[in-house]
Ligand binder design. Structure first.
Ligand code: FAD
Length: 411
């Protein structure tokens, strides 16, 4: 993997994955130069608070940075913010910035993340219509939200629902429009969707499923959203959250293999052994699930970045992490570990139709595949451990809400 520890390493993309690679490299013994190039103006920051505490105003920019500036200096990482990498020349081993400046590398790491999927509808260009991916997006959403009124959120995924909860906190009326049969359909099971639909409705959110938007209307700024039935919903703010697409253009133009993301091996190496890819932009065959996966989570960005840093430093360890994720809405923390695919048994602990906590366990042949835990941190922690261990479990005990999950291992 590593030819030498004193080469020039260039990391493109300064967010969760990029900042993790750059700072870890030094700790793992990289002796050469490290450049971390990102096109945002700000110090790398935590993205999850954007739809949560940062949107609510409970955290400021300073409160969401990943590392203080001094940490990069201490690791002798040359932080180049506000620079967009336009292209990679694999023959010359250079990347070119938007200014035309060429920067040479011996090893290159692509941590370029993803961007919001665009909604091809009339009116998306109007003022007051936003996507939500970075700090600047949220500053714009907050400015519009401060005028009050109704917000329409297009998309009932995590970003849409978290945004709905935060805008309710800011005092707005909120409508969520979801095209599929249920919210969170792409990412979780029916009882969890039912639970969150109920909670949002109890919190005053107007949730519409199986509903499609036809157009967004207004002169300069949005004034209404037209749904396919012909109904017009008056609004001054639209937030579109219909998923993301990986940033693969740089890699594609450079001739690297792409497979719903930049294709990497278990060591985060692309089809060019001197170029690595990590985080939201990378996809690989996950050894636990034996299929090509592209994960969109902080856990994956951090874990895959560590795998790349180790490979670059000649200490290769294949990626094999159990995926996990969280979402915060109102007073609820949803924590998910594992993937439910292939389950032959589902156990529900708690009642999706009442209360503010619930766990759903997915099993295959008596072993736990995944846990979705809402306000049940113990179920999440024990569940994650049981998934890792692959232990065979006692189903009757699992189904007993009074028994801790770690006590359900079959003797
Ligand atoms: P990104 O964070 O997308 O960073 C990529 C960086 O590269 C960006 O700064 C981008 O501007 C830059 N870049 C791209 N191209 C170039 C280029 N050519 N030159 C220079 N720079 C470039 N995950 C969770 O696990 N839990 C959550 O609760 C959660 N909530 C979220 C809430 C929101 C609002 C969002 C947007 C995401 C959330 N996520 C959450 C997902 C998580 O933030 C991402 O999985 C994570 O940010 C991925 O990190 P990354 O470094 O791979 O990519």
């Amino acid at each position: 993997m590593s030819d030498s520890l004193d080469g020039r390493c260039v990391v493109v993309g300064a967010s969760h994955a990029g900042a993790q690679v750059a700072t870890r490299l030094r700790k793992l013994g990289w002796q050469g130069s490290i450049k971390l190039i990102g096109d945002e103006q700000y110090l790398p920051y935590h993205r999850p608070p954007l739809s949560k505490d940062y949107l609510k105003g409970a955290k400021a920019k300073d409160g969401i940075i990943l590392h203080a500036e001094v940490a990069y200096a201490k690791s002798d990482v040359d932080l180049m913010l506000g620079h967009h990498v336009e292209r990679i020349d694999r023959n010359k081993k250079t990347v070119e910035l938007q200014t035309g400046e060429q920067i040479g590398y011996d090893k290159l790491v692509l941590a370029v993340g993803s961007r919001p999927r665009e909604l091809p509808l009339p009116g998306v260009e109007l003022g007051g219509v936003h996507y939500l991916r970075d700090v600047d997006d949220v500053d714009r959403i907050r400015a519009t939200a401060s005028q009050g009124g109704r917000a329409v959120i297009i998309g009932g995924g995590y970003i849409g629902l978290e945004t709905a909860a935060s805008l309710r906190h800011l005092g707005m009326e909120v409508t969520v429009i979801e095209a599929l049969d249920r919210v969170l359909q792409r990412v979780t099971c029916e009882p969890v969707s039912r639970f969150f639909t109920r909670i949002h409705r109890e919190e005053g959110v107007d949730i519409r499923v199986q509903t499609q938007v036809k157009a967004i209307h207004g002169d300069n700024a949005v004034t209404s959203v037209e749904i396919v039935s012909g109904e017009m919903i008056e609004t001054s703010l639209v937030v579109i959250g219909i998923g993301i697409v990986p940033n693969t253009r740089l890699a594609e133009d450079a001739g690297l293999a792409i497979n719903n993301g930049i294709d990497v091996n278990p060591f985060a190496q692309t089809s060019d052994p001197d170029i690595y890819a990590v985080g939201d932009c990378a996809s690989s065959i996950h050894p636990r699930y034996e299929r090509q996966l592209r994960l969109e989570s902080v856990q994956n960005a951090n874990d895959q970045a560590l795998v790349a840093a180790k490979s670059l430093c000649g200490q290769p360890v294949a990626y094999d992490a159990v995926p996990w994720f969280w979402s915060d809405q109102y007073d609820l923390k949803l924590q998910i570990a594992g993937l439910a695919e292939g389950a032959d048994e589902v156990i529900v602990r708690g009642d999706p139709d009442a209360g503010r906590s619930l766990s759903i366990l997915h099993l295959k042949s008596g072993s736990l595949l995944s846990v979705d835990a809402i306000n049940r941190p113990r179920d999440f922690v024990f569940g994650k451990k049981l998934i890792l261990e692959g232990a065979v479990l006692n189903i009757a005990k699992l189904a007993d809400d009074n028994v801790a999950l770690n006590e359900a291992v079959a003797k």
